[in-house]
Design a protein around this ligand. Structure first.
Ligand SMILES: Nc1ncnc2c1ncn2[C@@H]1O[C@H](COP(=O)(O)OP(=O)(O)OP(=O)(O)O)[C@@H](O)[C@H]1O
Length: 300
């Protein structure tokens, strides 16, 4: 097997990167396949893996990365293919976690960056790299202001989500870990449950997740319906590391069940799926990725 192909989403981020990407890809003699619609990156990556490319590069944002991984997985080629990342999206959370800050760094990393094998998350039949969040809407991510992300980190998304809902019903959930260690077991009313593989849900943001520990980070934000979420002072207190409203734990496998008969929305790397009961596992050391100098394999 040999060769590198870019699966390029021309609509990701600002959408003005076509020339920069094509020029650099040509200089490196990399092939390019362009997506024409949502979902295309799955089938293009699957075909590329079956063709025998050694490196398949997700050129886009987090949504494109998720689709490319699904395609490689569908081709049953995660053992033989390395994922490259070209950060062209708006958020580029996963690229940041890998120490890939911009287009030129990304091409340098493809040429001579270290290859690491990291964990993948799996929710039912769907892989995810960043996170699986129960109770969060698709809108909350795009509506979160950069200033709020800077101040409150990733948890700012949660607050935006809550503020955008006029009458929010809390979720009545059970979290049932499959591990012998039952410290992540929980039942009660929650606003949302955040499960991170390549993402840490801190108040400061910016801290790299441990993607090689075989564990998922779990954060439960308990029902705070009586609090005034429009007040920044309250939200900062709510999300503080010693907050009584937050429970943090880790597990390698867990099932989340809604006590009510209805389904719950789960945001999987930003895409919404609905389940009443969902089992989420870690697939340890599953994805080979090219990483930048800033990547720390053992950040804790
Ligand atoms: N050619 C296309 N036209 C329209 N939509 C596309 C096309 N190719 C891919 N998409 C869809 O665009 C969506 C957004 O892409 P992506 O996540 O890569 O970029 P982003 O939203 O700008 O970045 P980020 O997720 O990092 O904030 C994906 O869900 C993908 O399915």
């Amino acid at each position: 097997m040999s060769g590198t192909v870019l699966i390029y989403n021309p609509r990701s981020g600002s959408g003005d990167h076509g020339d920069a990407v094509r020029e650099r890809a040509a200089a490196h003699e990399y092939d390019i396949e362009e997506t024409e619609a949502a979902g295309d990156a799955v089938s293009l990556a699957e075909a590329a893996a079956e063709t025998g490319y050694e490196t398949i590069v997700a050129a886009g944002g987090d949504g494109t990365i998720n689709e490319v991984i699904r395609g490689i997985d569908q081709a049953d080629a995660l053992d033989s293919v390395t994922l490259g990342v070209l950060p062209l999206g708006t958020g580029n959370n996963f690229a940041q976690q890998l120490g890939i800050t911009d287009i030129d760094t990304a091409f340098d990393v493809l040429t001579d960056g270290e290859r690491r094998r990291i964990d993948l998350g799996q929710a039912s039949d769907r892989p995810f790299v960043n996170s699986c969040v129960a109770g969060l809407t698709a809108e909350s991510s795009s509506e979160t202001s950069p200033a709020m992300k800077d101040r409150l980190g990733v948890l700012a998304y949660v607050i935006t989500g809550l503020r955008s809902m006029s009458d929010f019903d809390s979720l009545r959930l059970t979290i049932d870990p499959a591990d012998d260690d039952q410290s992540a077991a929980w039942a009660g009313e929650a606003i949302c449950v955040l499960i991170g593989n390549g993402r840490r849900f801190t108040t400061t943001g910016g801290e790299q997740a441990d993607m090689e520990d075989g564990l998922l980070d779990i954060v439960v934000i308990k029902d705070v319906s009586t609090l005034d979420l429009m007040s920044d002072r309250i939200t900062e207190r709510l999300l503080g590391s010693d907050s009584e409203h937050i429970i943090r734990s880790k597990a390698s496998s867990l099932t989340i069940t809604n006590h009510d008969p209805s389904t719950v929305s789960f945001s999987l790397d930003g895409e919404i799926i609905s389940h009443r009961e969902l089992t989420i596992d870690v697939r340890p050391d599953t994805l080979s990725v090219a990483v930048g100098d800033g990547y720390d394999p053992d950040p804790e």
